[in-house]
Design a protein around this ligand. Sequence first.
Ligand code: GDP
Length: 194
Amino acid sequence: MNFQNAAFESASGRVEQLPPSSVPEIVFSGRSNVGKSSLINKLLNRKSLARVSAKPGKTGTVNFYRLPECRLVDLPGYGYAKVSASEKLRWAELVEGYLNAGRNIRLVVQIVDFRHMPTQDDLHMIDFLVQAGLPFLIAATKSDKLNKTQRTQQLDAYCTLFEELPDTLLIPFSAVNGEGVEEIRRQIELVCMG
Ligand code: GDP
């Protein structure tokens, strides 16, 4: 698959605005500021197709990017404390509405910060994915910020945390040095072409 050929397709702020489910979809989920836009841009070898910012906070829209074989779906980030209750509700309606719509979702790339254990919100999302029966992998980003000892510690801690989900793939990732890019691309190819 050629990951360089992505183009922005559309953005939906409400469930009613979602495009019809036609092609296989690969979904990207994570709390705001985790590094989701950076990961998508790195996969697509682009500087700024998905927005990257140092400022978290926009609950935003579900953004769709088109590749010839599939769609990449960028869910709005969650877990930003300063968001109002009504915005949180809108987020939940939009994201659950999208994930529960019986679409052709082949894989969810759930992004966490490798320097830390998953947040409560991350764990809620993972639980939701398990309950919904959606296939997912965990991309543990910002791996470049860990030294060797910290990396081993975090790998151990994540393995213990996900002991009950032994088939879950954990992929250390860095948008800075490119670790994990090929592995995530390979997983996307497997589910899109298979
Ligand atoms: P988003 O809100 O989840 O889309 O997060 P962004 O992609 O905008 O990234 C948030 C911040 O983390 C930015 O300052 C990025 O430069 C930084 N960042 C993202 N990924 C990495 C990474 O792999 N390593 C390092 N060191 N910084 C990263």
